[in-house]
Design a protein around this ligand. Structure first.
Ligand code: HAM
Length: 415
């Protein structure tokens, strides 16, 4: 019979030495808690209309990447491509859009993109949304959370790019100047950039076309149209957080979703290759009203866990220690299981691999070495009789010591 394989870009994920997704989630949730954020879980499936009205009818997400289908009731549903729209929808639905909320979430997102290193069709994001907060200290708070992620995960070779898209009026004036300037480039735009020109000209600023990029570099810059308050915000971010994170002002940063209104930012890492952005966010003051809610200024960001994992993997940070516990035959397995149970309950940071079968000790040691075990605990006939365990180190020194059960418990707790 034909075998069935998974969908392209949606790999099965096994947690291993080189896959720290669970650990990353743990670190991130601690940081979010330390900022007094509350976890929220919204559904993976939403009405398609939600994403059309939020990420924008002209965005790549809605035009090319969304997974949509009609259910049995002929209602158009979509797998969520991102988390912000669902969170805002949920707050409006609960009639809580007149209050402040500091929320975080994590879970799978879906985008029909061309799979490559760091780019999947199903991937995981952890995100933060501060809802009901005007521009000002909430912008600094959001950057402070990003900063904690940089510090805690030791992302010192990454850069945080920031920009400000201005308010509605600034944006309008800037766009008319940009369009005037682009007249000198008439007829030279490629197909995808001409489409952007018609639908959302601001997105031309992050065009991949080098010639256009060079041309735009010499053109009007949004920073020259910002108010003193908006410029002050960019200055404050750099002066408060610049000593922890490398911050770069990038006037070509516009982000791919249509809902952004003020501060926007993206974190990039030189360890990631073409898909170098692992975190992105910004202010979206109009989204609540675009979704039928009250005025609810907001700011947030999301971080891609697979991309974060790639950075960590390259740096080979902290894999939990592996210890192999073996017996020379299955006859000691009842006692060995009791000891293993006791050991684990005193230190869940260690991966205790057990092998209490009748296979040869040589084979068990070979397997332990392959697993990268730091120590092997051996219980043979002699140890069984004397109620001890032999600890063999797999380090270069290769020492071997015999310990009582109490001693080994103490040893295990402090590894
Ligand atoms: P985004 O920039 O589209 O923003 O996605 C955030 C992060 O998700 C990216 O920086 C990247 O790490 C990861 N990501 C995106 N697409 C893929 C993919 N195909 N494969 C793997 N990872 C991917 C948002 O989604 C906004 N909702 C962020 C936000 C929250 N803005 C305000 N609040």
């Amino acid at each position: 019979m034909d075998k069935i394989s998974s969908i392209r870009g949606m790999p099965d994920v096994f947690q291993s030495d080189t896959n720290y997704l669970a650990e990353l989630n743990e670190v991130l949730s601690k940081i979010f808690l330390s900022h007094n954020l509350i976890e929220v879980n919204t559904p993976i499936l939403e009405q398609t209309e939600l994403f059309v009205r939020s990420t924008g009818a002209t965005s790549d997400i809605v035009n090319k990447e969304i997974y949509s289908f009609n259910d049995r009731n002929e209602q158009s549903l979509s797998l969520r491509p991102e988390g912000t729209a669902g969170v805002v929808r949920s707050i409006i639905q609960k009639k809580l859009d007149n209050a402040e909320h500091k929320l975080w979430y994590q879970g799978p997102m879906f985008r029909y993109e061309r799979p490559q290193k760091g780019r999947f069709r199903q991937f995981n994001q952890a995100g933060v949304e501060l809802l009901g907060f005007e521009e000002g200290s909430s912008d600094l708070e959001i950057i402070s959370i990003v900063c904690d992620i940089f510090i805690e995960l030791e992302l010192e070779d990454s850069v945080l790019k920031i920009n400000h898209l201005g308010d509605k009026d600034t944006k309008e004036i800037f766009l008319s100047e940009l369009l005037k300037y682009l007249k000198n480039y008439d007829g030279k735009l490629n197909e995808s950039d001409s489409e952007k020109l018609n639908k959302n000209p601001l997105r031309l600023l992050d065009s991949k076309d080098t010639e256009l990029k060079n041309f735009l570099n010499k053109g009007p810059k949004i920073i020259d149209f910002l108010s003193p308050e908006q410029l002050n915000l960019l200055d404050m971010i750099q002066s408060v957080f610049g000593k922890y994170v490398e911050i770069e002002l990038d006037s070509s940063l516009v982000r791919g979703l249509d809902y952004y209104t003020g501060l926007v930012f993206e974190a990039v890492s030189s360890n990631l290759g073409a898909q170098d952005s692992f975190l992105g966010g910004g202010r979206y003051d109009d989204l609540s009203q675009d979704l039928g809610g009250k005025e609810m200024p907001a700011i947030g960001f999301a971080i891609g866990l697979e991309r974060l994992n790639l950075i960590k993997k390259q740096k080979n940070i902290k894999a939990n220690k592996v210890i192999s516990f073996v017996t020379t035959s299955s006859k000691m397995s009842a006692l060995a299981f009791k000891i293993a149970q006791l050991l684990r309950s005193h230190n869940y940071d260690i991966r205790l691999e057990t092998n209490f079968t009748d296979a040869s000790l040589k084979a068990k040691l070979r397997k332990a070495s392959k697993l990268g075990a730091k120590f092997v605990f051996i219980m043979g006939d002699e140890e069984f009789e004397s109620e001890t365990i032999t600890v063999k180190s797999f380090d270069e020194d290769g020492y071997q010591v015999n310990m009582t059960f109490d001693e080994i418990l103490d040893f295990y707790k402090n590894i």
